[in-house]
Ligand binder design. Structure first.
Ligand code: NAD
Length: 498
């Protein structure tokens, strides 16, 4: 049985600490043992990052960016090995794992522009002979805590940008699927990153709490479920840290009667059942405006859900793999039971789904509920599984009221050919990321990612321009060099151009 260690000072480090099993969700077997960091390991990682900081901070941004150029190339060369590790521990299909990695690489590409994004702003002659500029300075040692569902992409949202901004970074990935994250961090060292600039510490709550408590850690980026996001935001903020904490979601798609139905069905299939519904941008509710479009949707959707190809993620040509853990599977099954008990119509039942030769895998088949009401737990809660709920309403206004009343506001989309309706939706929907005929409107790396309401705690979104702001602090410098031999008398009025 292999032991998965930490990566500190550019090297694998085991140290002391409790151990946790890592599973292959397609077979239910333990694939490795993970060492969970104790206080001494955290101390070592923080000391390593602090030691690396002065030299890294003074490394020119163009040189920092050169590391990212080489990193991008190594990620592309190792794409298949990374995807295989993601798929083995997470369960998602290989094609889906490659997709996640590619979206992660976009963030490395953005970080390659470090000299451009850190240029700052300059104003000449803000007063007689006085110049002023604002520059972006790094924060120091910063940390990221990431979820299981994107073990490659979400860490890549964080540390490439934090690092090119001149910070040193401590990453605490998910304890469910740490191997691809570690391999990627090793590739960054192969690309020439000095030791200590990125340390990866595996662990659970104990490690996270140590990062929150450490005064040396100046900022925390978190992505995960809403209760933990709120905890980290409150506890980090209480200690004066800068925190961005991205939480859970319940993403609605609105289907208007004039939508291109065939394309909407394809989009919904991918967005609801891709990655077994374990995406924070997964569509889990379709709000149909009118019974006619709801009935037409079900006619097309149901046979496609029944035909979903489900199996071990590492096999080619599948639509969906297993859920990540037995606990995740049991939770999803519990929600399906609750939906039936609450009176929703279970149109396709994914319970009891069997994959030949994989009896112990954590599989649940694609599931569809119709006539879902807003007080049912299958509507209010994030299920994080392959369960799609159909809600029927009478108008676009009613659909929007429903979405705006939900506690989450991560992503949403509308399917329509009506530009006026789409514009109204974009203007007035209280959700951070909106798609028009685009089911998963995950912003590209040069925009920023973030939800509204209880899907994000903090002011700045992740990556892109907001990411640069998050990982830097502004300094405004005003400068004057008086001409030699000149002397000005003291001024007691507040200096102005008036
Ligand atoms: P999670 O909240 O259980 O875990 C996320 C991280 O927090 C992990 O590193 C974990 O070790 C740590 N953690 C767990 N419990 C903790 C505790 N009590 N104290 C301190 N740290 C703790 O989330 P998950 O199950 O790994 O991921 C799924 C969730 O993440 C879903 O809710 C999903 O919507 C959300 N998510 C959100 C986004 C987004 O961008 N908004 C992106 C991906 C995932």
């Amino acid at each position: 049985m292999s032991t998965i260690a930490h990566l500190i000072d550019g090297e694998r480090f085991i140290g002391e600490g409790r151990r946790a099993d890592v599973f292959n969700p397609s077979t239910g077997e333990v694939s490795a043992q993970l060492v969970l960091a104790d206080a001494a390991t955290l101390k070592k990682a923080i000391a390593s990052a602090q030691a690396a900081y002065p030299a890294w901070r003074n490394t020119p941004p163009a040189k920092r960016a050169q590391v990212m150029f080489r990193f991008k190339q190594l990620l592309e060369e190792n794409q298949d090995a990374i995807a295989e590790l993601i798929s083995l521990e997470h369960g998602k299909t290989l094609e889906d794992a490659v997709g996640e990695l590619k979206r992660g690489i976009e963030n490395v590409e953005y970080a390659c522009a470090a000299p451009e994004i850190l240029k700052g702003e300059h104003s000449r002659d803000v007063g007689p002979g006085v110049d002023a500029w604002s520059e972006f300075q790094p924060l120091g040692v910063v940390a990221g805590i990431t979820p299981f569902n994107f073990p490659a992409m979400v860490p890549l949202w964080m540390y490439p940008l934090a690092i090119v901004c001149g910070n040193c970074f401590i990453l605490k990935p998910s304890e469910r699927d740490p191997s691809s994250t570690l391999l990627i961090a090793e590739l960054l060292h192969k690309a020439g990153l000095p030791k200590g600039v990125l340390n990866v510490v595996n662990g659970d709550k104990e490690a996270v709490d140590a990062l929150i408590a450490a005064p040396e850690v100046k900022a925390l980026s978190f992505v995960g479920s809403t209760p933990i996001a709120e905890y980290i935001y409150v506890e980090g903020g209480r200690r004066g840290k800068r925190v961005q904490a991205l939480g859970g979601a319940k993403n609605h798609a609105v289907l208007l009667p004039d939508a291109d139905l065939n394309n909407a069905v394809s989009a919904l299939m991918g967005a609801a059942y891709g990655s077994c519904g374990e995406r924070c941008m997964a569509i889990s509710v379709v709000v149909c405006v009118g019974d006619a479009i709801a009935d037409a949707l079900l006619d097309k959707l149901v046979p496609q859900i029944r035909a979903l190809k489900v199996g071990p993620g590492t096999s080619r040509g599948l639509d969906m793999g297993p859920l990540v853990t037995s606990a995740a599977r049991d939770r999803v099954l519990g929600y399906i039971d609750a939906g039936v008990a609450a009176g929703a119509e279970l149109v396709v039942d994914g319970r009891g789904y069997k994959v030949a030769g994989h009896d112990k895998g954590y599989f649940v088949g694609g599931t569809l509920f119709d006539h879902v009401k807003s007080d049912m737990s299958i509507y209010t809660d994030e299920i994080f599984g392959p369960v799609l709920c159909v809600v029927r309403v009478a108008s676009l206004e009613e659909a929007m009221e429903l979405i705006n009343a939900h506690e989450y506001g991560n992503g949403t989309c509308i399917f329509t050919r009506d530009g006026e309706a789409a514009r109204l939706f974009c203007d007035e929907i209280e959700v951070g990321m909106v798609g028009v005929n685009v089911p998963l409107p995950v912003p590209v790396a040069y925009h920023s990612f973030g939800g509204w309401k209880r899907s994000l705690f903090g002011d700045l979104h992740a990556y892109g321009p907001d990411g640069v702001r998050f990982y830097t602090r502004r300094k405004a410098i005003t400068q004057r060099w008086p001409k030699r031999q000149t002397h000005e008398a003291a001024q007691f009025a507040f200096p102005s151009n008036g």
